[in-house]
Design a protein around this ligand. Structure first.
Ligand code: WTA
Length: 636
């Protein structure tokens, strides 16, 4: 009964859920509930919001008087910590496990909701003692250790916003984000474990701080014990601060407006520096917890593992906030999936009895490559649901995930969403008949479509631009400090209609299923990580021997996409293998290892428009031996 049921020729390619999934699902029906949610969007979200605690409820669900600057739950008072921690302490859940954390060397820590509250409160008091106030932005740059989640929650608790910078980023990426956020306080660690080695976060921090005049204090958590440089009066060990009387376990959760900023998260855009997208306490709490509960069918007995990095939106929404609001038991792992052997994940699924696993196609392809024998060594039958996110999943990887990991009984939730959307937008529910590679249909309250330049819906099966027609509570509210950029990037192309442009191309098939094709702008998804061509190019150009650079993405079997760079050297210089390596190392040092180009080609010129814009699509077509398209604007 588990596999595909070919009811008729039309259904031959559909994968139906097994009966026990359907019978016990939190949501048992889609079509009618979807129609109802679209007819009364505010009613749907009010109903969801009513499942949460509020200090004061809203006067109005949606305020659309200043489009596209929508406001949700206007007049309401809350704090995400009120729902993520405080309310659980009043129930039996205070004794429930909130986090199970395993370090790469194999050390384990477990925190109940009670213990989580103690740790977060302690951290909150330490931040206060460092002068952090409501509305400050604290930058957090950490490995995947529990203190990362504690620091985020501590900021939220005292009404400060956090800006988490992914621990795989490096000096310039970090410095640039600190400068934009004007952070005075930075939280980091002496390193983290990755493939048996310590990554030297504090070394990167020290160099970044030397480029960041705003930083006054840096709090360092001791994780690895390897020696790091600490500057007097600027650097503080977390454990030293935690032993002071100020670090007690009493701290009131700050009462916030629903629309107050919870965090900013930088994401790569088409041009220029990364944008700090702003998310808020109220709408984000409602949106992330609702999507998590309905899509992943969360029950109290689940053990939830979102194997992303908390430094990206997936980790913010679905490692930290949504599962805590839903009172889940969360698995968190520090290191690499194949360390010391490719069975590491499956060993942990068995050991902790994980019931839901949510990861990226790159991780699945990477583990698939090692063969079935690694998962087969373990009893992973506790799994009941699987998930995928970050890039399109190729049907081959989908089928392996479904059969070998899911034993043909676990539906795969292929969730399409973005940093900008806060949570899942196009996604199956556990009851949805699945097609490998399709995110199926829009979530409740979301009207999605695929249109052409003029905004006309394209024919079934035809490629077009993915747009969202109506607002939702989890949407980013603006780009910090640059509202114009927010409007120009997302709302300008379909201004008349008032639609949100996602930046992806997609198709809708004749059954109404969505198929995401990929980015249509200069955003590159490498292994599911989001990078901008502009950032990679500016890292290349900051090398003393480079005059100009262009970066493009080409398909890659494992990573989905890989970065290829074209470089014009300064006059008189010639490219060779040594310079190739030096450029790649330079990008790694400035941006981080994930941004290192796969290949560098030294060229004498780049295809440009008459206004001087590099025509990356032409480079891409040439590299793939495809037609170069309309060249009427080229000036080479
Ligand atoms: C891509 C990650 C296909 C897409 C949550 C989007 C996907 C970008 C999927 C956002 C999916 C995300 N299928 N493509 N299930 N999920 N994407 O901001 O191109 O890091 O626009 O958010 O990832 O990346 P971001």
């Amino acid at each position: 009964m588990a596999k595909k049921k070919s009811k008729s020729a039309k259904d031959a390619n559909l994968y139906y859920p097994i009966d026990s999934i359907v019978q016990n699902a939190n949501v048992k029906e889609y079509e009618n509930l979807y129609k109802k949610s679209i007819k009364d969007v505010e009613g749907f979200w009010a109903e969801q919001a009513n499942t949460l605690d509020w200090y004061k409820k809203w006067d109005k669900v949606l305020d659309d008087s200043k489009k596209p600057f929508y406001k949700w739950f206007k007049g309401a008072k809350t704090n995400i910590v009120q729902n993520a921690i405080d309310r659980h302490l009043k129930t039996w859940r205070r004794n429930k496990i909130a986090f199970i954390w395993e370090g790469e060397p194999g050390d384990v820590k477990v925190f109940s909701y009670h213990a989580l509250n103690r740790e977060v409160t302690k951290f909150a008091n330490i931040l206060k003692s460092m002068g952090v106030k409501k509305r400050d932005i604290v930058t957090i740059y950490m490995p995947q250790i529990p203190e990362l989640a504690f620091a985020m929650l501590a900021c939220a608790k005292i009404g400060a916003a956090h800006s988490v910078v992914y621990g795989g980023f490096s000096v310039e990426a970090l410095a640039e984000r600190i400068a934009d956020a004007q952070s005075r306080v930075l939280v980091t660690a002496d390193g983290g474990w990755r493939r048996g080695k310590v990554n030297d976060l504090k070394g990167i921090v020290n160099e970044a701080i030397s480029r960041s005049p705003t930083i006054e204090a840096c709090i360092t958590v001791k994780r690895t014990g390897h020696e790091v440089f600490m500057e007097n009066d600027r650097d503080f060990w977390y454990h030293d601060l935690a032993s002071l009387p100020i670090a007690n376990s009493k701290c009131e959760t700050e009462v916030m407006d629903a629309e107050d900023m919870l965090f900013i998260l930088y994401t790569s855009g088409t041009t220029g520096k990364p944008k700090g997208l702003v998310h808020t306490h109220g709408g984000y709490s409602v949106y992330t917890s609702t999507t998590h509960r309905m899509v992943f069918d969360i029950k109290d007995e689940d053990r939830w593992w979102c194997a992303a990095d908390p430094g990206w939106i997936t980790g913010h929404s679905y490692i930290v906030y949504a599962p805590l609001i839903n009172g889940s038991t969360i698995m968190m792992y520090e290191g690499a999936p194949n360390h010391p052997y490719p069975n590491r994940w499956w060993q942990m699924v068995e050991k902790y009895g994980i019931t839901i696993l949510y990861t990226s196609p790159t991780a699945i392809r990477g583990l698939m490559r090692f063969g079935d024998q690694w998962p087969k060594r373990h009893d992973i039958s506790s799994l009941r649901l699987l998930g995928s996110v970050g890039e399109p999943i190729n049907p081959e990887a989908w089928k392996w995930y479904h059969s070998v990991i899911g034993d043909n009984k676990c539906p795969i939730m292929d969730t399409w969403w973005q940093t900008e959307t806060g949570g899942f937008m196009i996604t199956p529910l556990p009851i949805t008949p699945l097609k490998p590679g399709s995110g199926t249909k829009p979530f409740f309250g979301i009207e999605a479509d695929v249109v052409n330049e003029e905004g006309k819906t394209v024919k079934p099966g035809e490629e077009g631009k993915l747009i969202i027609k109506n607002p939702w509570p989890g949407m980013a509210r603006t780009v910090m400090g640059d509202p114009k950029r927010y409007v120009d990037t997302y709302w300008k192309d379909y201004k008349e209609q008032g639609w949100y442009k996602a930046g992806d191309s997609a198709r809708i098939d004749k059954d109404g299923y969505f198929w995401i094709i990929g980015r249509i702008d200069d955003v590159i998804k490498v292994s599911g990580y989001r990078l901008g061509t502009a950032e990679i190019e500016s890292a290349l150009v900051s090398h003393p021997q480079v005059a100009e650079a262009a970066a493009i993405a080409l398909p890659h079997e494992l990573k989905g996409n890989a970065i290829h760079a074209y470089v014009i050297l300064k006059a008189g210089l010639v490219g060779d293998a040594a310079l190739d390596k030096s450029l790649r190392d330079h990008v790694g040092h400035e941006m981080g290892p994930i941004a290192k180009p796969e290949s560098i080609t030294f060229v004498d010129s780049l295809p440009k428009t008459r206004s001087g814009k590099i025509m990356r699509r032409v480079l891409k077509a040439r590299a793939q031996g495809l037609p170069e398209g309309d060249l009427s604007t080229i000036e080479e």
